[in-house]
Write a protein that binds this ligand. Sequence first.
Ligand code: CP
Length: 331
Amino acid sequence: MKSFLNVQDLGDLKLALAEAQEIKKERYKYVELGRNKTALLVFFNNSLRTRLSTQKAALNLGMNVIVLDVNAGAWKLETERGVIMDGDKSEHLLEAIPVMACYCDMIGIRSFAGLTDREYDYAETVYNQFVKYSGKPVFAMETATVHPLQAFADLITIEENAPSLTGRAGGESLPKVVLTWAPHPKSLPQAVPNSFAEWMNAADVDFVITHPEGYELDPKFVGNARVEYDQKKAFEGADFIYAKNWSCPGVTRPQDYGKILHDYHTMTHWTVDAEHMSWTNNAKFMHCLPVRRNMIVTDDVIEAPTSLVIPEAANREISATVVLKRILQSL
Ligand code: CP
């Protein structure tokens, strides 16, 4: 695997899920695979889970790890070509990438959307520059439009909590998974909901997306999902509620790309609370974290036994181990 950005990059999803369970049972099984190999993890943005789980995954595979925080100690990097570099950015990504590639065997990238130029973000400009100029396998640790390591961990978590997801006898109903928008005071990227939608479309689930009008996700990620603007109707019969805020994807009104369309104080009826969960089929609550409590979800819902936020985070180590293993096997 030379690039990990989308669900198709993993090939057969059932095989990948089986591999995740194999690694979960024996997570050092492939510790010899990464001997004398180095993973470079490049962070343009903050992280807790991705930073720790990806390092742990590399260690599970016997690799060395180098972490670079671009905005803390490295030269500030210009990412756009053609810019006259008379500002605070001392180095261009086009030199920095091949230099970074000299010191490693694979590169993980965290580079969030700028949320001002939809075309630039949705072309995955920064990620694709790493693919083009490094000559090394590259994997997304949340890029402008996707967060596949998170979505893979979410799918592992859903499978573990819905035993009927794989090996289901014919005629059994699919688990109902609902992705719901929830309010937030800041403008957030669409990477997590995009990937979650993409991966749920590829899985054996009944998938519904609910959000206020104007927050329509890009059709390439919505796929065959049902979109329901009435949050209560969407929640009815749900087995899993996946909450996340996202800013306007600019699908219907490109000029609104990256904006918050309503003052969040007026949108608190979208916050997932106990009443919302009572509309469901005793659903499990999910969120990728970090989460703003009593904004996205109330204390009682996230602390309930039905909350899966910690198992999801734990499964980040497993999803990353599978992905890094596949990359090592392709070197
Ligand atoms: N869910 C997730 O990617 O967390 P971090 O931003 O802390 O890495």
